[in-house]
Ligand binder design. Structure first.
Ligand code: IPM
Ligand code: MG
Length: 363
């Protein structure tokens, strides 16, 4: 089969980590007889530099016309980069939000798995981690505070900024269904996270989630307040299977979840909608401080490419193969700097990619 992939290297470490993910896809293609064609698409700061805007209409069209999109990272150093002197709707991150919205990718899956090999890099105590944890954050991605009307104004010399958190029941229902469908293939537990003791949008979230749960009698639904959830993730992460939550809470909780897996450099993500076209990107940012130094961990991007194989192309065996290769390389002790502990063997970004590619073979 031929698969056409729009590749968005983006900014900072983006180009380096995307290169390694393409290396892995090419190896999968070689071993399994698939062809991956890549079209490079501009987005983020690099797009601002070249076109004046973070995502052009042509770039969005290119992404829409592909079978799937692989993304590195966008954005720069907020304190120093000129990109952040621009109005908010012209900054790098606005390109990413426009892409998610333009492709109608409302479901963001962020799996948090502790590899036994990385226990040493996990900041939690042994008795909390036990045999490890395996949960997935299902984050709503095209609604809530990120997309509600916003403004900054001045009234009688007083500066006032407003952001709006809006959800309609259809937006909640479709993401809740995703969470229940995923739970059916896992341990059949959904924990829906909200702030229903304060927010109307959360109270609606709770009601609609409960309604959706009636169609999934086998799945156990619990509700949890977001502040408690932030605490429970570090107190007892093994209690979770699927965490379902709105956009902003999911952004925050998924960073926390990634940290307890040993490093934010390990956490992949898939953003999906109602078609097979998905956007696959690491959950971490562009790390401008280490860009171009061959230090970045490419594993989150490589695991995102595995999710692409699984969710967009239905290549389950190939996806498993990539994940197994990552595990083997970790098992052999190879580490990028972010997951390095005393016994590891330090490698750079490109060497990590080479090592993982070398482990991919038909079994
Ligand atoms: C993420 C990122 C983005 C988000 C930023 C870059 C806009 O933090 O994917 O988690 O908040 O969604
Ligand atoms: Mg984030």
């Amino acid at each position: 089969m031929i698969y056409n992939i729009a590749v968005i290297p983006g900014d900072g470490i983006g180009p380096e980590i995307v290169r390694e993910a393409m290396k892995i896809l090419d190896k999968i293609g070689e071993v399994y007889g698939h062809q991956f064609n890549y079209t490079e698409v501009l987005m983020g700061g690099i797009s601002i530099d070249k076109t004046g805007v973070p995502l052009t209409d042509e770039a969005l069209e290119q992404a829409k016309n592909s079978d799937s999109v692989l993304l590195g990272a966008v954005g720069g150093d907020v304190g120093n980069s000129n990109w952040y002197q621009l109005p908010p709707n012209l900054r790098p991150e606005a390109g990413l939000l426009a892409l998610r919205k333009g492709l109608e990718l409302f479901a963001n899956l962020r799996p948090a798995v502790l590899y036994p090999e990385l226990k040493g890099a996990c900041p939690l105590k042994d008795e909390i981690v036990g045999e490890g944890f395996d949960f997935v954050v299902v984050r709503e991605l095209t609604g809530g505070l990120y997309f509600g009307p916003r403004k900054t104004e001045s009234q009688n010399g007083l500066r006032i900024a407003t952001d709006t958190l809006i959800y309609d029941e259809n937006e909640i229902r479709r993401i809740a269904k995703w969470a229940f469908e995923i739970a059916m293939k896992r341990s059949k537990k959904v924990c829906s996270v909200d702030k229903a003791n304060v927010l109307d949008s959360s109270r609606l979230w709770r009601q609609v989630t409960k309604e959706v749960s009636k169609d999934y009698p086998e799945v156990e639904l619990t509700d949890m307040l977001v502040d408690n959830c932030a605490m429970q993730i570090v107190k007892d992460p093994r209690q979770f299977d699927v965490i379902l939550t709105e956009n902003m809470f999911g952004d925050i909780l998924s960073d926390e979840a990634s940290m307890i897996t040993g490093s934010i450099g390990m956490l992949p993500s898939a953003s999906l909608g109602n078609t097979k076209l998905g956007l696959y990107e690491p959950s971490h940012g562009s790390a401008p401080d280490i860009a171009g130094q061959n230090k970045a961990n490419p594993i989150a991007t490589i695991l995102s490419a595995a999710m692409m194989l699984r969710y967009s192309f239905d290549l389950e065996e190939e996806a498993n193969q990539v994940e197994a290769a990552v595990q083997t390389v970790l098992n052999k002790g190879y580490r990028t700097i972010d997951i390095m502990s005393h016994q590891g063997r330090l490698v750079g970004t490109d060497e990590m990619g080479d090592l993982i590619a070398a482990e991919i073979r038909r079994r």
